[in-house]
Design a protein around this ligand. Structure first.
Ligand SMILES: NC(=O)C1=CN([C@@H]2O[C@H](COP(=O)(O)OP(=O)(O)OC[C@H]3O[C@@H](n4cnc5c(N)ncnc54)[C@H](OP(=O)(O)O)[C@@H]3O)[C@@H](O)[C@H]2O)C=CC1
Ligand SMILES: CC(C)(CO)C(=O)C(=O)O
Length: 314
């Protein structure tokens, strides 16, 4: 099966490599700094137990060179989404699908607005992976997973053609060693992950500490609980049925996560890089305003961290 992956960062290089290695034909669209390393040496994939080099079937940084494929996986960061639209459109067959894997809840709608209806399949991934240098990706920890919608965003009944493509992608990911599935309730799953990531990113950066320190200290643990509750309140006010059980599940995941963990947004802000703040706590604030829900903690996080972003570091 032919699959286009947009972006060769932590997610894109990892998924391009494992899909190509397990027999899919991957076309990889990259920014110029990734082109020569991957074209000349393939993707070097380092995991806790293994090291391999995999050459994608095709790699390019030119939209005009892209072939159309039935599946496009968009892995750029949320603040890079607009710049990736031309390549996403050019690499998609008219009856194909685009899978989004960004953290947050806004990417599927943004891509749908740009590309049109019935193409965009929202998804999320559990993985810890990062680029060591262009062409070299390192994945740590347990087996990655991907959960995706069982139909494109906004499509009422699943069209059999699109359902077939989604099931085929799930199968290809499983063959690549990824725990993949498709669900009829992807919006709820996205919001559950949103509760987790906004808390890790927002409270972690505000505290300027590793997860274990602020999670287990009474006063800042209150912020963890408040953050999860605020995001859930926004979800519920938008009609998304995130439950008490979901809330407990997310708090449990935060409690079990490694004490030394930090979110990528925290690391980005600390390093003075562009961050996903506006699509994490910033999006919580915007989405809360739409439904009249008060989110004082995420408002504070957004305001304080935007100062850090403006200054160039935490
Ligand atoms: N990495 C992880 O462990 C996880 C990440 N996520 C989410 O996944 C998303 C991606 O994260 P991650 O992979 O870590 O981010 P990275 O920054 O590592 O990767 C994004 C890549 O996309 C490239 N890119 C940007 N614009 C374009 C474009 N127009 N065309 C082609 N490529 C482009 C970037 O190029 P350049 O390098 O030149 O900037 C970069 O290599 C984020 O939303 C993140 O929150 C979710 C779960 C886990
Ligand atoms: C879940 C987690 C923390 C893993 O990388 C993440 O998505 C991020 O750092 O942005």
């Amino acid at each position: 099966m032919q699959i286009t992956v947009i972006g060769a960062g932590g997610l894109g290089a990892y998924y391009a490599a494992v899909l190509q290695r397990s027999g899919s034909s991957v076309q990889l669209f990259v920014t110029p700094r990734h082109l020569a390393p991957i074209r000349d040496h393939g993707i070097k994939l380092t995991t806790d137990s293994d090291e391999a080099s995999v050459s994608p079937a095709a790699v390019t940084d030119q939209v005009r060179d892209l072939a159309q494929t039935p599946i496009v996986i968009n892995t750029v960061k949320t603040y890079q989404l607009d710049s990736s639209i031309a390549a996403t459109r050019a690499s998609l067959l008219p009856d194909g699908i685009v899978l989004t894997l960004q953290n947050g809840v806004t990417s599927p709608g943004r891509l749908r607005a740009a590309l049109g209806d019935n193409l965009v399949v929202p998804g999320l991934t559990g993985i810890v992976s990062a680029i060591e240098s262009p062409g070299h990706v390192r994945q740590r920890g347990p087996q990655p997973f991907i959960t995706m919608g069982d139909r494109p965003l906004g499509e009422a009944g699943a069209s059999s053609q699109k359902s077939r493509i989604i099931q085929e992608l799930v199968q290809r990911l499983k063959e690549a060693g990824v725990a993949a599935d498709a669900t009829g309730d992807i919006t709820r799953e996205l919001w559950k992950k949103f509760m987790l990531i906004c808390t890790m990113s927002g409270v972690g950066t505000l505290c300027n500490a590793q997860l274990g320190e602020w999670r287990d200290f009474g006063p800042t643990r209150e912020l963890l609980l408040q953050s999860v509750r605020e995001v859930r309140a926004v979800a519920n006010a938008h009609g998304i049925m995130v439950t008490d059980g979901d809330e407990r599940q997310i708090i449990g995941q935060l409690d079990r996560a490694a004490a030394a963990a930090t979110a990528s947004m925290q690391r980005d802000l600390m390093a003075g890089h562009t961050s996903e703040l506006s699509e994490q706590s910033g999006a919580v604030v915007r989405l809360a305003a739409e439904v009249g829900v008060a989110v004082p903690l995420h408002t504070t996080i957004t305001r304080v961290l935007s100062l850090h972003a403006h200054r160039g570091h935490v």
